[in-house]
Design a protein around this ligand. Sequence first.
Ligand SMILES: C[S@@+](CC[C@H](N)C(=O)[O-])C[C@H]1O[C@@H](n2cnc3c(N)ncnc32)[C@H](O)[C@@H]1O
Length: 261
Amino acid sequence: MHWTLGISVTFSSIFLRLSIFLARRLRRPRPSAGTHRASRKPLGGSRKHIRKIILSRFGSDPLIFFNSVYQNIAPWDIGVPQPAMAALIEKYSPANPILDLGCGSGDLAIYLAKLGHQVVGVDFVESAIKNAQDKVSSLPNETAQLLSFQVADALKPSLLQEKFGAVFDSGFYHLFNLEQCQQLIDEVASILKPHGCYYLHEFAIEFPIPNVPRQISINELQTHFTVEKGWRIKEIQTVEFLSRVAPPVPATCACIERLPI
Ligand SMILES: C[S@@+](CC[C@H](N)C(=O)[O-])C[C@H]1O[C@@H](n2cnc3c(N)ncnc32)[C@H](O)[C@@H]1O
């Protein structure tokens, strides 16, 4: 109890500091970005736009938030895949090709390629993808040729027009509200081959501060991923989510199979 509270307080304070830092940065006048944004949305906005702002945990334009985070080494960038995800990969070997949603600077995708898998990583932050591509250039040719990174909206993987044997999601699903997650699940269902698996590793803890992921409970995943909806949960458990900046926090990890329809 005290241990968990201690971790929560430490992690909250770090994210709080990060949030304050980012909020200040984002409030600073930036002529080109400001002009561009003003021309896209009239002040006051439409009802739909306002609703979007309220629903998003990362402000009205999450790309601005994540671009700012990647100006430094991101808190989740631990240089290796999350250990719980690596354990899941060892237990349930993924089928090819693999898609890594919100791949960040590419460590999970690179880990999978080193195991011999063919991997596509997508993220909407250009500098994160550039960082991933730079890492690829120092890999042996046989590993590098298994990897491809691209700037894309990972909420719309069907636009890639490819079917995948496995989809990886390390800290992506937990960025979104329930409505967006349902749309993401439908998207993932549409790109997974029969018996392909969706691997997830998400926060299992809620912090009442802005710009921090939402709590994903085992119960939520069990409600979304039912046999009736064409899914079979092969494994689901509470694990840890590591970061560069704070002690581990509780996380939910799952390997979920897409059943043939
Ligand atoms: C918590 S980070 C996790 C990064 C990486 N998967 C890892 O485990 O280190 C979430 C990632 O999702 C990316 N992201 C958020 N929304 C996105 C979107 N709509 N399309 C593509 N990437 C997105 C962010 O840029 C960020 O790299």
